[in-house]
Design a protein around this ligand. Structure first.
Ligand SMILES: Cc1ncc(COP(=O)(O)O)c(C=O)c1O
Length: 404
């Protein structure tokens, strides 16, 4: 190990300035706790933006990483490997899907889904069936195709010509969707609960109607479950609670519990359009990533852990209600499972960042989702003691903001 002094200033000296990280540099984590270089302790309600589904350094993941790390790290897709096939089989057995494609991130999983949807429509219908419809405020990643499909033009503006034939309508607005859909629509892409867009749940009837419209127009329904997947909402995948089955589903974030991996899941008849040579990734299906993801999947996909997510949601809601009764700063607490958002009321409109900053000072990591929502996406196995301690810190942060 080098004895180089690592300070926050070094970030500004050597890193591309597309991020503005916090001043403190975390160096160690265990369960739902993290410590920085100075030994300051944080309770982690952010989970690496809904990634660390089993907290930090969960023994099952550490053990899988060590075991695979001494066996085989990487091969490329010229060969297949055991961890990838085992994880693929488990995903197929547990979901609607019959085929799996592995990659390294949520954006890559969505990029694969979008390319597959286009290719499938062109192969099975005609070259004009290319329209992709997505929703305002949706988020699907930062590659040029996925960021264009995302519902905030500001993220895709300024990079020259965008991938064409991508349209957006308001989430939960069935009439707007109906008006724009036609035989030319090849796919509708949606999050079954908008994460980055502000923790917004769809109307259950809306989800069913989107499915019906897709069937009517022979368009594929793509569920982006990058943020909602792998237990986050209390189901293995959020679609399982909607009564609707998508044609393609994308997963990443919690799938690897902190090790980068993404996956696109679909039916065999749709998957057939990605023949050898049509798409790929050097690292996709990497044995280390798949071994860790398999351990994460085995740990999360149990009735105890999934039921535990709903139980933990209750702890959060109960305590947050008490905090709000005292300080009156949120108009509602929304979301599902352990993807929760405290929405600023009128008095605190646009000030979610102040709550994040005050939380950090109190030793609590939280997220925001837009300017108006403080978001929690903690470990799915966070203990009651950690939840209560974290929320006590949150209350102190709220008091600071409210009392100026
Ligand atoms: C719903 C959704 N899709 C896609 C992505 C992009 O994932 P990644 O950053 O791994 O590319 C995100 C990231 O926040 C997301 O929330």
């Amino acid at each position: 190990m080098s004895d180089m002094a690592v300070t926050r200033e070094l970030f500004d000296e050597v890193m591309v300035p597309n991020y503005a990280p916090a001043q403190s540099i975390p160096v160690r984590g265990l369960g739902a706790r993290v410590w920085d270089q100075q030994g300051k302790e944080f309770i982690d309600f952010a989970g690496g933006i809904a990634v660390n589904c089993l907290g930090h350094c969960h023994p099952a993941l550490v053990s899988a990483l060590k075991e695979q790390g001494e066996k085989l790290w990487h091969l490329s897709n010229v060969w297949t490997n055991e961890p990838a096939l085992r994880l693929g089989k488990k995903l197929v057995d547990a979901t609607f899907a019959e085929r799996v494609y592995f990659c390294n991130s949520g954006a890559e999983a969505n990029e694969a889904a979008l390319k597959l949807a286009r290719r499938y429509a062109i192969e099975h219908f005609n070259a004009e069936k290319t329209q992709i419809i997505a929703f305002n405020q949706g988020f699907h990643g930062r590659t040029f195709f996925t960021v264009t499909v995302g519902g905030q033009a500001a993220y895709s503006d300024g990079f020259g010509p965008k991938p064409a034939d991508v349209d957006h309508v308001p989430y939960n607005d069935l009439e707007a969707l109906k008006a724009i859909m036609s035989e030319r629509t090849c796919a509708v892409v949606m999050e079954p609960l908008q994460g980055e867009g502000g923790i917004i749940s769809p109307d259950p009837e809306f989800v069913k109607a989107v499915r019906a419209l897709c069937d009517e127009h022979k368009a594929l329904l793509v569920f982006d479950e990058v943020q909602t997947g792998v237990g986050r909402t209390g189901a293995l995948y959020a679609y399982m609670d909607t009564g609707v089955t998508p044609d393609i589903l994308t997963s990443a974030k919690a799938l690897g519990g902190g090790f980068p991996i993404g996956a696109m899941l679909t039916r065999a008849d749709i998957a057939a359009s990605l023949k050898p040579g049509t798409h790929g990734s050097t690292y996709g299906g990497n044995p280390l990533a798949c071994a860790v993801a398999e351990a994460a999947f085995d740990t999360v996909n149990t009735p105890e852990v999934l039921a535990g997510v709903k139980e933990r949601e209750g702890w959060y809601r109960q305590e947050l209600e008490k905090i709000n009764a005292k300080y009156g700063c949120f108009s509602e607490v929304r979301g599902k499972g352990l993807l929760l958002g405290c929405v600023m009321n009128e008095q605190f409109a646009g000030r979610a960042k102040d709550f994040l900053q005050a939380s950090s000072e109190e030793g609590l990591m939280v997220l925001i989702a837009g300017a108006n929502v403080v978001r929690f996406a903690p470990s799915l196995v966070i203990t009651k003691e950690e939840v209560l301690e974290g929320l006590a810190r949150f209350e102190r942060a709220v008091a600071r903001v409210v009392n100026g």
